[in-house]
Design a protein around this ligand. Structure first.
Ligand code: MLC
Ligand code: AMP
Length: 527
């Protein structure tokens, strides 16, 4: 039962995000446009504008970025790629990587980002489902050699059970053939898929979210408007470029606003401080773990120099919000997003930023709450930012979308008296640690595949630094030495799971509580 939905007779709640004087009735976030079309138009307007900078003095102007991405696109063509092909991307943030990425979109490729910490089996699962024509990696040796097994999604015989691993290159595209001719650029249509992002565990059947140019542009425009992003802004960007936070909000938002990105190779408190002090950064976007570390460092006060600091991907505790405000004067603006829907809600830029809430629906986005059988209210979303369905997964679509086409976020929420959205929990089985998602089932499957494990369950426990950390409950199959088994399981997980998915703590029990359907009763597992 829908208990709270936008009133069609009233202006949408998001009009309060718009700068004064914006004609809301005429707001058409991305209609008929593509990400690259919008970026190229901004570059042509001001070719000398620095678009990418680094702390060691690199500066790439808009005109140079246009040129470098055209050359890179021609190299993709010389390597035999054609528009519509998929390109796996798994590398740390760098100017080269951004050039390779933007070039791929300009040439009409679909980019499949993957976590740089993925183990061989995790990467193989993405490769097998996505079948990219080329992989851009910091270390090409990370790719499993030879053939990879493909998941059985299609009826038997519909496609081969294995695929060859794709050609690889580094972010500077070293090793790709030199361009032989100019190639046609920027021909993507709004409905073409720019990104395919895997959202769930790599075991079982993968769930891939195809994000179109129109989805991504609508979300980039929404945050550009809501956060008053200007060409003279410079974002200190140290988020990974394989998730929608770093890519969809940080990079796309900056390029859509015609602003600059200060590219940092990784997050560090001193790096963020230097970005503000020496690099001219006016914006910083981070996950709560980054704010926790900044708040505990000697660099907190440097945030004072920013025009805006934004937090997302996980809940920002109200006491952390207060600590950052006390130490730097920055009232961090918290926003809420999700891979399949991009950005959903944000605290207001120009009105009260209310700790513990994620504010109001962003421009173009509609939110409603629906009460389930338990009486809890789930957040549902519709808008130009939302995917139209998972890739080749009608079964997942049937669960994720309501009959009237709204997307179920799996997050629980309530609106407070002033209409601020508060996220109160999750219906989905998900642990968020340092802004990364961990699906308990994936970790449990890795654990129970060990011969000495009879059963296992994984839960998240509260952590001031990480938000949640992963704790494993294990039933050993025989009377084995627990210390030895724990060491063995540590190595077992390290071979199969990226570090953020590996249990940080271990508990040994006799039986995993399960209900009549065999489902783990997680709340009975007390860490
Ligand atoms: C690193 N480690 C983690 C971890 N990140 N463990 C649990 N959770 C994490 N998030 C591991 C390391 O591999 C290492 O393992 C150990 O923890 C200590 O690492 P560290 O050096 O202290 O961590 P660091 O490399 O500094 O990484 C911390 C971080 C990073 C916060 C900078 O986690 C990060 O960039 N998080 C951002 C994730 C993100 O962008 N999420 C957006 C998803 S999109 P070992 O074994 O070597 O000791 C989304 C939608 C939306 O959610 O709304 O945005
Ligand atoms: P992902 O699947 O990686 O895109 O993660 C999306 C999930 O992150 C959402 O469904 C929420 O559960 C969570 N999330 C993102 N932003 C916030 C936030 N500000 N507060 C609480 N949870 C958040």
């Amino acid at each position: 039962m829908t208990i709270s939905a936008p009133d069609p007779a009233q202006p949408p709640p998001w009009t309060l995000h718009l700068p004064p004087g914006t004609p809301a009735a005429h707001l058409d976030l991305a209609a008929g446009q593509t990400l690259v079309g919008c970026w190229v138009a901004a570059w042509a307007d001001d070719p000398g504008h620095p678009v990418l900078t680094t702390l060691d003095g690199t500066a790439v102007s808009a005109g140079e970025l246009a040129e470098r991405t055209a050359v890179a696109a021609a190299r993709y063509a010389a390597a035999g790629l054609v528009p519509g092909d998929r390109l796996l991307m798994s590398a740390g943030p760098s100017v080269d990587l951004i050039v390779a990425y933007v070039a791929a979109l300009r040439y009409g490729l679909t980019v499949v980002p993957a976590n740089t910490a993925y183990t061989g089996p995790e990467l193989a699962a993405v490769l097998a489902d996505a079948t990219p024509a080329l992989a851009v990696l910091d270390d090409p040796a990370r790719l499993p050699a030879g053939e990879v097994a493909r998941p059985s999604v299609d009826p038997p015989g519909a496609r081969p059970a294995t695929m060859s691993t794709p050609a690889t290159t580094r972010p500077d595209l070293g090793g790709l053939p030199a361009p032989v001719a100019e190639v046609a650029l920027d021909l993507a249509r709004p409905g073409d898929v720019a990104l395919i992002v895997y959202t769930s565990g790599t075991t079982g059947r993968p769930r891939a979210a195809p994000l179109t140019h129109a989805n991504l542009l609508a979300s980039a425009h929404a945050v550009r408007l809501a956060w008053r992003w200007r060409p003279d802004d410079r974002l200190a960007l140290c988020l990974p470029l394989f998730h929608v936070h770093g890519l969809g909000v940080g990079l796309h938002g900056s390029l859509t606003a015609g602003a600059s990105v200060l590219v940092l190779p990784r997050f560090s408190e001193s790096g963020v401080a230097a970005a503000v002090r020496e690099g001219g950064a006016t914006l910083f976007f981070g996950v709560p773990t980054m704010y926790h570390r900044l708040a505990g460092s000697a660099h907190l006060a440097e945030l004072r120099g920013l025009r805006l600091a934004v937090s997302g991907s996980a809940p920002l505790p109200a006491d952390l919000h207060a600590a950052v405000a006390a130490g730097s004067g920055q009232r961090v603006l918290e926003r809420y997003g999700m891979t399949e829907t991009l950005m959903l809600a944000s605290n207001p830029y120009a009105a009260q930023r209310r700790p513990g809430t994620v504010g109001f629906a962003l421009p173009g986005v509609s939110l409603r709450l629906t009460e389930g059988a338990t009486g809890l209210t789930e957040i549902e979303v519709a808008g130009p930012n939302v995917i139209s369905g998972y890739r080749d997964r009608p079964d997942a679509d049937a669960v994720a979308f309501t009959p009237d086409g709204w997307f179920r976020t799996g997050d629980l929420g309530t609106f407070d008296a002033d209409g601020y959205l508060r996220i109160s929990g999750r219906v989905k089985e998900l642990i968020i640690t340092g802004g990364y998602n961990v699906y308990p089932r994936e970790v449990e499957e890795a654990l129970t595949s060990h011969p000495a494990v009879a059963d296992a369950a994984v839960v998240g426990v509260a952590s001031a630094e990480w938000g949640e950390t992963v704790v494993a409950f294990v039933v050993a199959s025989d009377a084995v030495d627990r210390g030895l088994l724990q060491r063995q399981l540590g190595g077992w997980c390290a071979d199969r799971l990226a570090p953020h998915k590996r249990p940080r703590e271990w508990r040994w029990i006799d039986r995993i509580p399960r209900n009549a359907l065999g489902k783990i009763v997680r709340h009975e597992l007390s860490p």
